[in-house]
Design a protein. Structure first.
Lengths: 248, 176
């Protein structure tokens, strides 16, 4: 069971200051729009926190584009809204922090070969639930989600391990390189040789046998390599129940 | 719900499936990767989804293996004649996706656009959470698990899978 309440609180309350700027080629007014500053939860998703920002910029763009899908970029790289905001920041700015995080807002030229469409918030929910389901399959062979009603899913928060000392079957974890590729494999929380707790270092050696000094980052911190994976999964997973780790 | 299908079983079924496809000239290819998880079965073709659409559209189907669920997964994209990717609403309009589901909410629970785990680009992916239990019913009796799997997908998406896939291999060879 997750029991480090203070730490969970830190993770769940984590916020990032963001400065949104409208892309120059979108501006159709003589007057330049002010940038839009906002504090957003690290655990949230951009489509859930950008309504106000969007309204702020709408009057500066060409009216024919006002219904088209808004998207964001950082330094020319489109931001994938289906990842948590804090994870995106760690991926792009982990090595060189930039606060506030300056992002560019677009209403045209939606990069459909890179970004998923997000016409409304139901799409975000559907994506979130399907990730939670996958995590549940990895952790408990899908026993939790299949016994829950759709209405309960809306109330769903971080799922904890079943039983007192029983760990997860597999740890839901995705490891991302800065080129945007992701590595997902079946990671057992225990070492198969002696049943001892597997640490981050064990996982790194298993997944990257050729590489030395691999470091992983999440929630803005570099993870100590002796951290047990089961503990990490219970405390540092995102609300979708996955550990989203960045290679650094 | 234990692993229904191992990666090795998936790849063996994929090889066999592509052999049948070659006999039927159905266009499925096996794209192998040295990382076995990134191997997949793919078909590219032109479709004419409805009578109103005079121009053909390009479709790409990809079957791959889901490590988390231990089942095959089906993904696809459709482009119009201008090369623009169809949205899920447009796919429904051209009747590429069969009715029901009646509401959008139901549809999202079956098909969602996701980042493809092999290509890291947007694809429509049929959700695998029911695949395991359904395939388990056929595991003993199915001659090829991917044929059975595509038969299930046919229920949602128009694939026009030739009936010959279901025939025992002896009959198929003599008729072709």
């Amino acid at each position: 069971m997750a029991n480090d309440r203070e730490l969970l609180r830190e993770i769940w309350d984590g916020k990032l200051p963001i400065c949104f700027q409208l892309a120059q080629e979108e501006i159709m007014e003589i007057q330049q729009p002010d940038p839009f500053y906002v504090m957003v939860p690290r655990l949230s998703y951009f489509p859930l926190v950008t309504d106000k920002m969007k309204r702020h910029f709408l009057r500066y763009i060409s009216q024919e584009n006002s219904d088209s899908e808004m998207w964001l970029d950082y330094n020319g790289q489109p931001l994938k809204w289906h990842y948590p905001i804090g994870f995106l920041y760690d991926l792009f700015c982990g090595n060189e922090p930039q606060l506030p995080w300056i992002l560019t807002v677009h209403f045209t030229k939606f990069p459909e070969d890179i970004l998923l469409r997000c016409s409304n918030k139901d799409v975000v929910e559907a994506h979130f639930i399907s990730t939670v389901k996958e995590a549940d399959v990895l952790k408990h062979r899908g026993q939790v989600m299949s016994t829950m009603q759709k209405k309960d899913h809306n109330q769903l928060r971080l799922m904890e391990s079943h039983g007192e000392n029983e760990g997860f079957k597999h740890i839901p974890v995705r490891i991302y390189s800065d080129d945007g590729t992701c590595h997902q494999s079946l990671v057992n929380p225990k070492n198969c040789t002696d049943g001892s707790r597997k640490t981050v270092q064990h996982m790194i050696t298993e997944l990257y046998p050729d590489k030395t000094s691999v470091k992983l980052r999440t929630h803005g911190i570099t993870i100590p390599s002796d951290t047990p994976l089961q503990w990490l999964s219970e405390h540092l997973s995102y609300p979708d129940n996955f550990l989203h780790l960045c290679l650094c | 719900m234990d692993s229904n299908l191992s990666l090795e079983e998936f790849l063996a079924a994929a090889k066999e499936f592509v052999e049948i496809s070659n006999i039927l000239c159905d266009g499925w290819k096996l794209i192998e990767n040295e990382c076995l998880l990134k191997s997949y079965v793919q078909k590219e073709c032109f479709i004419k989804p409805s009578k109103e659409d005079s121009l053909p559209m390009k479709a790409e189907y990809v079957m791959f293996y889901s490590l988390s669920y231990g089942v095959p997964q089906f993904s696809f994209n459709v482009w119009n004649s201008l090369g623009v990717l169809l949205t899920i609403k447009e796919l429904r309009r051209v009747l590429f996706i069969k009715e029901p589901p009646q509401s959008d909410e139901n549809l999202y629970s079956v098909i969602t656009q996701q980042e493809h785990p092999i290509f890291f680009r947007p694809y429509f992916i049929v959700h695998p959470c029911r695949t395991g239990e359904l395939l388990a019913c056929f595991k003993g009796s199915s001659t090829n698990i991917l044929v059975t799997f595509l038969g299930m997908i046919e229920d949602v998406i128009k694939l026009n899978l030739p009936m010959e896939y279901g025939k025992p291999s002896g009959i198929r060879k003599t008729s072709s």
